[in-house]
Design a protein around this ligand. Sequence first.
Ligand code: HEM
Ligand SMILES: *[C@@H]1O[C@H](CO)[C@@H](O)[C@H](O)[C@H]1NC(C)=O
Ligand SMILES: *[C@@H]1O[C@H](CO)[C@@H](O)[C@H](O)[C@H]1NC(C)=O
Ligand SMILES: *[C@@H]1O[C@H](CO)[C@@H](O)[C@H](O)[C@H]1NC(C)=O
Ligand SMILES: *[C@@H]1O[C@H](CO)[C@@H](O)[C@H](O)[C@H]1NC(C)=O
Length: 323
Amino acid sequence: MARNNLFVVLIFLGILANGLGPFGVNGLSLTYYLFTCPLVESIVKVNVDKILRIDPGLAGPLVRMHFHDCFVEGCDGSVLIDSTPGNKAEKDAESNLSLRGFEVIDEIKAEVEKRCPGIVSCADILALVAKDVVLFSGGPMFFVPKGRKDGRRSKAADALVKLPPFTSNASQLIDFVGKLGLTAQDLVALSGAHTLGAARCSSFKHRLKNFNATHDIDPSIDPEFLKVLNKTCAAGDTAEQPFDGSIIQFNNEYFQALQKNKGVLFSDQTLATNPKTKELVDTYANNRAVFFLDFQRAMIKMGIMNVKEGSNGEVRKTCRKIN
Ligand code: HEM
Ligand SMILES: *[C@@H]1O[C@H](CO)[C@@H](O)[C@H](O)[C@H]1NC(C)=O
Ligand SMILES: *[C@@H]1O[C@H](CO)[C@@H](O)[C@H](O)[C@H]1NC(C)=O
Ligand SMILES: *[C@@H]1O[C@H](CO)[C@@H](O)[C@H](O)[C@H]1NC(C)=O
Ligand SMILES: *[C@@H]1O[C@H](CO)[C@@H](O)[C@H](O)[C@H]1NC(C)=O
């Protein structure tokens, strides 16, 4: 009884904190699988925890996968589809750069299918995985509305235009996410996901040489950090540069790095100078709790963008293949 009450209280706290009605939005709901696959959340969590204990470096790639999924065609598992002879899929677009961890999603989907075959969409699994990775890595907990259906379209060409380029400045990024219904605040909070993981030299080398017509090197880079980036790139295009002090700890150090002009991507560093985003960067750098609160809200918002419901989608049997 006491446990049940606690459960109810937690659910309602979650609803209040996340600003969702009891049935969520868009027809998605926190209790979508309550009767059809009640254990899905714990199956996903147990597996995410197990996988990250073995390979913590997958934290970044797994969270990024949900972002790439949601920005292209809505959160519909389209990023998971493999190319076929007639179709070059999203994951094979050049902007996929270093996406990885697909086998982890396959593994978790297989575990879920064992318990509740044909019930849980790959898109929902991706959203749940992202949530569990954030919590495992020391980030905030949040509740994920469920009921997304998997899409039937996955095209490399879509990914090229629907994902913001790393050469964008803050005002371009604000415009870009604005078209998806996200605010400048959502943008800065979500960019905080870069507290996890790393970027390859190919994503920032444009800042180090032939930057633009007037500057050979991006003048916004801290001189000491410039040496670090340059050294990373000496090891080749695929050499990795962590976004902040740790690729596996979810915290607000990424924003502190931006304040010190030690942002790795041009698109990140520009958030610390644009008047519409600078104040948020400072707030998050100084106050981890505010960052966590805004991040969880923004993740829920991103996670329900343009989702497919009912007959607009399907529940894939295998995440890599349309049924
Ligand atoms: C909005 C503008 C964004 C831009 C321009 C951007 C760009 C990038 C780029 C260029 C990389 C490095 C890829 C590589 O070199 O391997 C990267 C990595 C990453 N991104 Fe973003 N990103 C954005 C937003 C997001 C969002 C919203 C999330 C998640 C909520 C996210 C999560 C990540 C993570 C976790 C990594 C590290 C991946 C790894 O360790 O392999 N990013 N991003
Ligand atoms: C990303 O795209 C490239 C180029 O098409 C492809 O060779 C690579 O396998 C893709 N990466 C993933 C993880 O699918
Ligand atoms: C951002 O980039 C666009 C396009 O290159 C440019 O027109 C604009 O002036 C830039 N904004 C800032 C604040 O640098
Ligand atoms: C080159 O970049 C710097 C710093 O972002 C900027 O001040 C300058 O106006 C840019 N030059 C051109 C020609 O775009
Ligand atoms: C970066 O490294 C290259 C050699 O790899 C060197 O020629 C160049 O001067 C370095 N630039 C800076 C700014 O350290």
